[in-house]
Design a protein around this ligand. Sequence first.
Ligand SMILES: *[C@@H]1O[C@H](CO)[C@@H](O)[C@H](O)[C@H]1NC(C)=O
Ligand SMILES: *[C@@H]1O[C@H](CO)[C@@H](O)[C@H](O)[C@H]1NC(C)=O
Length: 482
Amino acid sequence: MEPAGALVVFLFMAMQILFGSVHAHGGSRVAGPLSFSDRILGMQHELEMAAASPAVYSSPSSPQAGGSNSRVYRVTEYGADPTGKRDSTGALLAAMSAAIRGPSDGFLMDGIVNYDGARISLEGGSYLISRPLRFPSGGAGNLVIHGGTLRASDDFPTVGFLIDLSAPATKAAASSSYNYEYITLRDLMLDSNFRGGGVFVPNSLRISIDNCYIAHFSTEGISVHGGHETYIRNSFLGQHITAGSDPGERKFSGTAINLMGNDNAVTDVVIFSAAVGVMISGQANTLSGVHCYNKAAGFGGTGIYLKLPENTQTRIVNCYLDYTGIVAEDPVQLDIVDSFFYGDAYVTLKSINGVVNGVNIVNNMFSGSNKGVDIVRLDQSNGPFIRVDQVVVDRNNVVGMRLRSTVARGFARGNGTSWTVDFGPVLLFPNRLNHVQYSLSTSGGGLFPRHCLRNTSENRVVVESDVAVPASVYVTVDQGGK
Ligand SMILES: *[C@@H]1O[C@H](CO)[C@@H](O)[C@H](O)[C@H]1NC(C)=O
Ligand SMILES: *[C@@H]1O[C@H](CO)[C@@H](O)[C@H](O)[C@H]1NC(C)=O
């Protein structure tokens, strides 16, 4: 390395250290930060290493690893069998180790070594593995694993994941509060062979899972625990490979995507078989363009399950729920908008402690088969919703299902002293009218009757007049607010 270049890198890394903790977002540190001088010394050491050997590829089986300056670690050069016959676990782990020992360039987050986009290439092959693939140490970032198929062997541990971003116990870079940052898993088919799961992402930051096909999981396709900003996009997940109407659908199990962390995004993803499509128990996640036909609601499946009562903070936008619905436990801050529900799919609001607040279910399309299925249902088996505020279920269009809403209009017409408009069949919450407005219109022979709103119980609006008149009464009700 040129001395001038080294100086620039050194200054850059020093700035990373000085300002790194300012940018840290959430999460507490596991270990106390190293002192400033320790870290500078550590970096000097690393710079010397890099200067001494610009390309450190020390795999015994393949010192070249695709050329002296290449940072592509081709797994066949470490002995992996691209035909998928022989067990390639050791070879793939060797390629991953080589990448972690390879050249690096400062840090991303403090303590996360920047590998400059080094790639572990599966070279379009299929590899049998008998153990989860883990990096030998944590604290790594800016690495790519891409381009091939991984298949679990018949003795793969059923609790494991094909790719596992756990940091080993002997994690060297204990100065980072995250295991990994900016690891990209791209263009991969992951076949769990009905033994365990696809990808495990614990306590990591900015992990990208892009254009992956994850099948045959028995537990979870992708499991995110803690950390934040795992982005899952343009991917296909299914326990069984099917295109719908599968004779075994009743038996589908497992969860395609389990988000137990915050600030993740699932975009443009199809989930074609699993008991649960997306399970969410962390905040501030967003789903967009997700098509779930994983298991019909009638067979006990759920498309999207929001299991974070009173702290939902989830946006579901432009999704396609296909014979399978959405369940939200005590939702507080939930958007379900611009989505399509097909095959009598519906939304369930499930009471845990009776709270529903800040929920918008608007501008969706619902299509069913005239079985009288409500577009939104309340599950009050644990008790009724008692704290209801800022709930808007409105402007959805419905074909072949039963409209449910928190806002409604109606009218009654007759000659007499009492007019009743019953909103029971359309309002979502029983016996709850927060706002009522009415107008009484009569052309009755010069009479100006006195009239008033008499009763609003059981979602029925009763208007009475002092004298009998032929009149129409128009009513607007809203049960969303306090
Ligand atoms: C309305 O009812 C009253 C009696 O209750 C009757 O005298 C009147 O003619 C009725 N008006 C109309 C328009 O039917
Ligand atoms: C309102 O109507 C309900 C029946 O729907 C009745 O039980 C209740 O007594 C009425 N309240 C008043 C004030 O008339």
